[in-house]
Design a protein around this ligand. Structure first.
Ligand code: FAD
Ligand code: UDP
Length: 369
C-alpha cells in the first residue's frame, strides 16, 4: 500500500516505521524544516537543546519502555523541578519537602493535619474545575503560591474555568520524594530525541519531505495515496466547519550563557502571576555529561494565545472543546482512507508514551494483528 504520513512527529514516525517494516511504501511530509515534531532536539556545543520545551520520557508501561529503548539508550534522569514563588524556593511535586518549607512541618501527620484544615471538602461531588480540584487536594497555601499563578499564566484562563484533570497530572505525596513522576521508567535519551525519529524513518521504503504542508495540496494527496495518516489539526482538516478547537501556544526564548551553571537544576517553574514565563529550563542538566564548564544554554517558556497560523502546542480539553472535537471525530467516518492520530489529530493532551501506545494500537488495527 501507498501511505502518506502527514507530520514527522512521534505518532507519524512510529506508524511509518511499523508500516515500512511490513513492506508498505511510505511518504512522510512535514511542514517544518526538520523531522521529530515537538520532541526535536538539536546539539549546540555538546548540549542537547530541547527546541520545543523540556521533554522527559516516563512511562509505567514496560512494553512502551522496551519499544523506545530500541532507538536510543536512556540515562537515569529523574525530573525534580523547583518552584520559584517570588524568590521563595520549593520542591515539586507537592511532597514533604514542599510542606516542610511552607509550614515547617516535619512529619506526614503534621502535614496532613494542615492540609485537612485548609482543604475544601466536596463530599461525593466531583470537583467542578481546576481550582476546586487543587483546593480539595492540597489546600489554600499551596494553591495560592504554587498552582494559581502558574496555571492561569499557562492556560490564559482563570483556574475556575479550567478542567480539573490538568492538575491531577501532578502527584501529591506525604513522603520526602521529589520525583515529579510516579512512573516505573523514566529518562532522557543519551544523544537527544531526534536520533529516535531518524532511526524510525531510516528505511528504504520511506521517503521524507520537509518544508511540505499538506494543506498546500490537500486534494492531490487525498486522491493519490491509498491511505493517509494525518497528525495535524483535525479542525483545520475539516476547514474549521464547526469552528475552531481551543489550543494554547508557546514561545521559546533560548539564550547561550558564558557560565557553567545558571540555575542548578534542569527545570525551574516561576509560579507567581507577574513573571511572564512559566519556566526556565537549563538543558545541560538533563544529561550526565557536563563536560562544558564555561557554557550553559537556557530556554524561557512563554505561554501565548493561539490563533490561526500559530503553533498549537496544547489542546485545551475542556467540556466545550471536547464536545466540538466529538463533532469533528464523527466526520472522520466520511473520509475512510484517512487515519487521524497524535496530539492534534486526536485532540488529546498526550504524553510521549501515550502517543507511542496510540500509534501502535493504530498499527495493530490497520494491519489486523
Ligand atoms: P507533534 O510532535 O506535534 O508532531 C506533529 C507534526 O506534524 C509536527 O512536526 C507538525 O509540524 C506536523 N504537521 C502538522 N500539520 C501539518 C501539515 N498540515 N502538513 C505537514 N506537517 C504538519 N511528553 C512527555 O511524555 N514528557 C514531557 O516531558 C513532555 N513535555 C512537553 C513539553 C511541551 C512544551 C510540549 C508542547 C509537549 C510536551 N510533551 C511531553 C508532549 C509531547 O511533545 C507529545 O506527546 C508528542 O510530541 C506528540 O507527538 P505527535 O506526533 O502527536 O505530535
Ligand atoms: N502546575 C502548577 N504549578 C507548577 C507546575 C504545574 O500549577 O509548578 C499545573 C499547571 O496547571 C500545569 C499542570 O499542573 O498546566 C500540569 O503540569 P505539567 O508539568 O504536567 O505540564 P506540562 O509539562 O504538560 O506543561
Amino acid at each position: 500500500m501507498k501511505y502518506l504520513i502527514v507530520g514527522a512527529g512521534l505518532f507519524g514516525s512510529v506508524f511509518a516505521f511499523e508500516a515500512a517494516k511490513r513492506g508498505n511504501h511510505i511518504t512522510v511530509i512535514e511542514k517544518r524544516n526538520h523531522i521529530a515534531g515537538n520532541i526535536y532536539t538539536k546539539e549546540i556545543d555538546g548540549i542537547q537543546v530541547h527546541q520545543y520545551g523540556a521533554h522527559i520520557f516516563h512511562t509505567s508501561n514496560k512494553k512502551i519502555w522496551d519499544y523506545v529503548n530500541q532507538f536510543a539508550d536512556f540515562n537515569r534522569y529523574t525530573n525534580s523541578p523547583i518552584a520559584n514563588y517570588n524568590g521563595e524556593i520549593y520542591n515539586l511535586p507537592f511532597n514533604m519537602n514542599t510542606f516542610n518549607k511552607m509550614w515547617k512541618v516535619k512529619t506526614p501527620q503534621e502535614a496532613k493535619n494542615i492540609i485537612d484544615k485548609q482543604r475544601i471538602k466536596l463530599g461525593d461531588r466531583k470537583p467542578a474545575n481546576l481550582e476546586e480540584q487543587a483546593l480539595s487536594l492540597v489546600g489554600r497555601d499551596i494553591y495560592e503560591k504554587l498552582i494559581k499563578g502558574y496555571t492561569e499564566k499557562q492556560w490564559g484562563k482563570k483556574a475556575t474555568e479550567l478542567p480539573a484533570f490538568i492538575i491531577r497530572r501532578l502527584p501529591v505525596r506525604l513522603t520526602y520524594n521529589n520525583n515529579y513522576f510516579n512512573d516505573a521508567y523514566q529518562g532522557i535519551p543519551i544523544g537527544g530525541y531526534t536520533q529516535i525519529i531518524e532511526k524510525m524513518l531510516n528505511h528504504d521504503n520511506i521517503e521524507i519531505k520537509t518544508n511540505t504542508d499538506f494543506f498546500d495540496n490537500k486534494n492531490y494527496y487525498l486522491q493519490n495515496y491509498d491511505k493517509i495518516v494525518f497528525t495535524g489539526m483535525i479542525d483545520k482538516f475539516f476547514d474549521y466547519q464547526f469552528g475552531e478547537l481551543g489550543y494554547r501556544s508557546l514561545s521559546f526564548q533560548t539564550e547561550e550563557l558564558g557560565i557553567g551553571n545558571y540555575q542548578g537544576n534542569a527545570v525551574v517553574n516561576y509560579t507567581d502571576d507577574k513573571t511572564p514565563f512559566t519556566r526556565i529550563i537549563e538543558h545541560k542538566f538533563f544529561e550526565f555529561d557536563q563536560s562544558n564548564p564555561d557554557k550553559t544554554i537556557i530556554t524561557k517558556e512563554y505561554p501565548e494565545d493561539w490563533y490561526r497560523g500559530r503553533e498549537p502546542y496544547y489542546p485545551i480539553n475542556d467540556v466545550r472543546n471536547n464536545q466540538l472535537y466529538a463533532r469533528y471525530a464523527k466526520l472522520t467516518k466520511k473520509v475512510a482512507n484517512v487515519i487521524f492520530g497524535g496530539r492534534l489529530g486526536l485532540y488529546r493532551y498526550f504524553n510521549m508514551d501515550q502517543v507511542i501506545s496510540a500509534a501502535l494500537a493504530t498499527v495493530h488495527t490497520e494491519f489486523g494483528e
